[in-house]
Ligand binder design. Structure first.
Ligand code: GTP
Ligand code: MG
Length: 216
């Protein structure tokens, strides 16, 4: 997509990446967006915003991905950014049992903070390259995902396994699940929905040229 094209798009999807500190959220995004990995990455302070542009079925999608800090002290700030999200990646580390046990907490927090009711949520077990240190089986995570209506994938940001597939699946599922709703709504209702979507978004990164932010 050219720079010119970046200023026109059909939909903006807001996604958040959450999970305990150290599970690899920032590196997953680094791999997905820039194809990079950092062995000595520092803990995220607050949040970082990454933008990715995609084309799906002839529509231009601007994907805003919020990389949140897993540290407890940022929790009250980060949860404010769940508002209006249409997708979430809940990340745990397959070698850290506690990070998996905390997934229900992250899931509840996401659902309680005004994310879109039809959000697409993906459970991600990261660091699949560390098989010999695994403490969470694939089967139990898969069962948890099924039980809670989540997508599930194991990834390795280090080895670049399933990273693109995981994020692309979330965006594609959001598109299939939510963009169809706009097409079937009458104009007035669509207008109201758009207004709500703008209200629901945090003040950062607003672009007045594109009123249909999160238009789903
Ligand atoms: P916070 O920002 O504190 O919430 O942490 P985070 O979830 O963003 O973790 P981050 O991406 O900073 O990664 C933490 C550590 O795990 C770093 O040392 C990374 O190099 C390492 N790491 C991340 N992904 C992988 C992976 O797939 N495999 C392995 N072996 N290490 C990884
Ligand atoms: Mg981070």
């Amino acid at each position: 997509m050219t720079v010119e094209d970046e200023n026109s798009y059909d939909y903006v999807f807001k996604l958040v990446v959450v999970g305990d500190s150290g599970v690899g959220k920032t590196n997953l995004l680094g791999r997905y967006v820039h194809d990079t990995f950092d062995f000595g990455s520092k803990s995220t302070i607050g949040l970082d915003l990454t933008i990715k542009h995609m084309m799906i079925k002839g529509k231009k999608i601007r994907v805003q991905i919020w990389d949140t800090a897993g540290q407890e002290r940022y929790r009250s700030i980060t949860k404010r950014y769940y508002r209006g999200s249409v997708g979430a990646c809940l990340v745990y580390d397959i070698t850290k049992r506690e990070s998996y046990d905390n997934i229900s907490r992250w899931l509840n927090e996401f659902k309680m903070n005004e994310a879109h009711p039809d959000s697409v949520i993906m459970l991600i077990g990261n660091k699949s390259d560390l098989q010999d240190k695994r403490t969470v089986t694939q089967e139990e995570a898969m069962n948890y995902a099924k039980e809670h209506g989540l997508l599930f994938m194991e990834t390795s940001a280090l080895e670049s396994t399933n990273v693109e597939l995981a994020f692309d699946s979330v965006v594609n599922n959001v598109f299939d699940k939510l963009s169809g709703k706009i097409a079937t709504m009458d104009d007035k209702r669509a207008e109201i929905m758009r207004g709500q979507a703008i209200d629901l978004n945090p003040p950062l990164n607003t672009d007045s040229k594109h009123p249909n932010q999160c238009a789903c």
